[in-house]
Design a protein around this ligand. Structure first.
Ligand SMILES: Cc1ncc(COP(=O)(O)O)c(C=O)c1O
Length: 383
């Protein structure tokens, strides 16, 4: 199907850009000599993940058991569930392992470690657990020097659970925007995770996997000595937040929302779109960054960004396209401009702030080939 015939709003993946992003990240991992385990929560789409695996990815990272179940059913067996395990979800994890899924769980506290050990004992299952390490204060995890690290490791090790490794996610990288700061955080992430692994080994507990990653730190890392694998997710599509962080160009962004102009408020300098926050998502991630892109950056159908414009507002099914700097526009002239430049029925592509959030608004992507032809790629929802 050609772009002109796709009903709007719709989520488009530019396949050539996606393939370029996949090759770039895999190339960086090959150069650094580490395995790559993409985080599939960004797309939740088997077609995308097949392309990542074809390029050399080994295993996947998931953020929900639903992802683990769906990707295992699609033939991917090596899965890291990288969100702290809660005891109530253990029966689903057990079911996956019993079907042959090499599912690895994550914990960062003694309570969860004990619950996994007890549940495994009760059901005769040897779970594999990785310990989450906090290397930047971003979210969860145990800091490398904390006593709790060894407490958790011993609970697992001494109660029939395999300690498979340590993992960390330096998500504070999203707040940075210089190559120097990103490289420094990548090194902090690496060193902290390697140190946690060293402490486990010194305590007599094997720690085969040392897993780090966020898109900015993965791309900024100069060396990853002691690390066995990297995880990254959003790099596959990129978005405006990543552009502001400085790790991609605008024309690397592979996800866009196809939208149609449905009206105008000429006196206000607005063109109204049929893509509101239900399509674009409410994610305003660029609002705290150096360049605020509102709800997204409009582009022509051929992908050319309209740098002077922005989706400045969003209701559920209405988007408001206006000048990026309305106060500098002269009222009447600008009103003419908006109606002439964006006539009723015109189609635009909106680059998203956050690819994971925008993709999640849609049941499928339209994967667009360089000749403009597209096919549907399903994605799934829920937990
Ligand atoms: C545990 C974990 N690992 C890896 C990632 C990948 O990060 P990014 O999307 O920046 O590549 C995330 C993202 O939130 C994560 O939560």
């Amino acid at each position: 199907m050609k772009l002109d015939h796709i009903e709007t709003p719709a989520a488009l993946i530019d396949v050539a850009r996606m393939q370029k992003n996949i090759a770039r990240m895999q190339g960086q991992m090959n150069t650094l000599g580490v395995a790559f385990r993409p985080h599939v929560k960004t797309t939740k789409c088997i077609d995308v993940v097949r392309a990542q695996i074809a390029a050399g990815a080994r295993g996947i990272t998931v953020s929900t058991l639903k992802e683990a179940e769906a990707f295992f059913a699609a033939g991917v067996a090596d899965i890291l569930y990288a969100v702290s395990m809660v005891p109530a979800k253990l029966p689903r994890a057990l079911a996956l392992r019993r079907q042959g899924c090499d599912l690895k769980l994550v914990v960062d506290n003694p309570g969860a470690a004990s619950a996994i050990a007890a549940f495994g004992d009760q059901h005769g299952e040897t779970f594999e657990v990785w310990i989450e390490v906090d290397t930047d204060g971003h979210r969860s995890g145990i800091t490398p020097e904390q006593d709790t690290l060894l407490v958790v490791a011993r609970i697992l090790h001494e109660n029939g659970v395999k300690v498979g490794g340590v993992m960390t996610h330096a998500g504070s990288s999203y707040e940075l925007n210089t190559p120097e700061a990103l490289a420094a955080l990548a090194e902090q992430e690496r060193a902290g995770c390697v140190r946690a692994a060293q402490r486990l080994r010194e305590a007599g507990i094997a720690c085969p996997a040392v897993s780090v990653g966020s898109t900015p730190t993965a791309l900024a890392a100069a060396q990853l000595d002691g690390v066995t694998e990297v995880r990254a997710g959003v790099y596959v599509l990129f978005d405006l937040v990543m552009h502001n962080v400085g790790v991609c160009a605008l024309d690397d962004i592979a996800l866009s929302v196809l939208a149609t102009v449905i009206g105008h408020q000429a006196d206000k300098g607005w063109a109204i779109l049929d893509a509101g926050w239900m399509a674009l998502s409410r994610d305003r991630g660029t609002s705290k960054q150096a360049h605020d892109f509102g709800y997204g950056l409009p582009c022509l159908l051929n992908g050319t960004p309209l740098a002077g414009y922005v989706v400045s507002g969003a209701n559920q099914e209405h988007g408001i396209l206006s000048s990026a700097t309305p106060e500098t526009e002269s009222g009447a002239g600008f009103a003419d401009d908006i109606t002439q430049r964006f006539p009723l029925g015109m189609k635009l592509r909106i680059l998203p702030n956050h690819a994971c959030a925008t993709g999640a608004q849609f049941p499928e992507y339209h994967a667009v080939a360089p000749d403009g032809a597209s096919v549907e790629w399903r994605r799934f929802h829920g937990w």
